[in-house]
Design a protein around this ligand. Structure first.
Ligand SMILES: [Fe+2]
Length: 223
């Protein structure tokens, strides 16, 4: 998307007045058909306008790792958005504290034969959770949900674009997930564990999106 669209998305996100803003990776277009080249400093400056009571946090996606992880890291650092790389922080007011944990990307390195080696460390990340307060976990690809323990109250994921091209009354034609349509989109509940997979905003591989509205997901948590 062009910079005007990024600006519009940030304005919309800000208008929601959220307590916490999380951004789940894949910050720039890497397919060939882009309409406008947006330098890292430009999109990061727009994201830098996001403000929330408990802060704005980011994690890395696979495209960030594959194409320019150092550039993305530097751009987010420049605008003071913390990058959660297998890390956890305790947030919230006394009596209403919660952990925000974020893992690094699960598909960071292509090692051949359609296989990837991740930078993710879920056990190491959760080992940093030192109190009984609830945990919100940020992951780029939803596939790790099968390994997320019930200790985590909510997992937030992106990556799939909800399948990106979806015809009415049909499952997605293709989803970048080993589990097909199972984790493609929405609020997924399995064995009392919750995950929300955002449809995200852009496109991947091809500049076409059909049947999956670009979205900012607003999550309201209850006790
Ligand atoms: Fe991705």
């Amino acid at each position: 998307m062009g910079i005007a669209r990024v600006r519009d998305v940030v304005d919309t996100a800000q208008s929601l007045n959220s307590d916490l803003v999380v951004i789940l990776g894949d910050y720039f277009a890497t397919h060939r058909f882009i309409t406008e080249h947006v330098p890292h400093a430009a999109w990061a400056a727009e994201l830098g306008r996001l403000k929330a009571k408990h802060g704005v946090y980011a994690i890395l996606g696979n495209h960030d790792w594959w194409y320019d992880v150092d550039g993305v890291r530097a751009a987010l650092h420049q605008v003071r958005i913390p990058l959660m790389s297998n890390d956890a922080v305790l947030l919230g007011a006394p009596g209403a504290k919660f952990w925000l944990a974020g893992i690094d990307d699960q598909l960071a390195h292509y090692v051949g034969h359609k296989t990837f080696r991740g930078e993710d460390d879920l056990p190491g990340t959760l080992a940093k959770v030192k109190t009984d307060d609830p945990v919100i976990l940020l992951v780029h690809e939803p596939d790790i949900f099968t390994q997320v323990p019930p200790r985590v109250a909510l997992t937030l994921a992106g990556h799939t674009h909800g399948g990106q091209i979806v015809f009415p009354f049909m499952p997605p034609l293709w989803t970048p997930s080993a589990y097909g349509a199972r984790y493609a989109y929405g609020h997924i509940v399995e064995q009392d564990r919750h995950m929300i997979v955002s449809g995200g905003l852009g496109t991947s591989k091809v500049p076409l999106r059909l049947g999956v509205t670009p979205e900012i997901v607003r999550v309201t948590l209850g006790a």
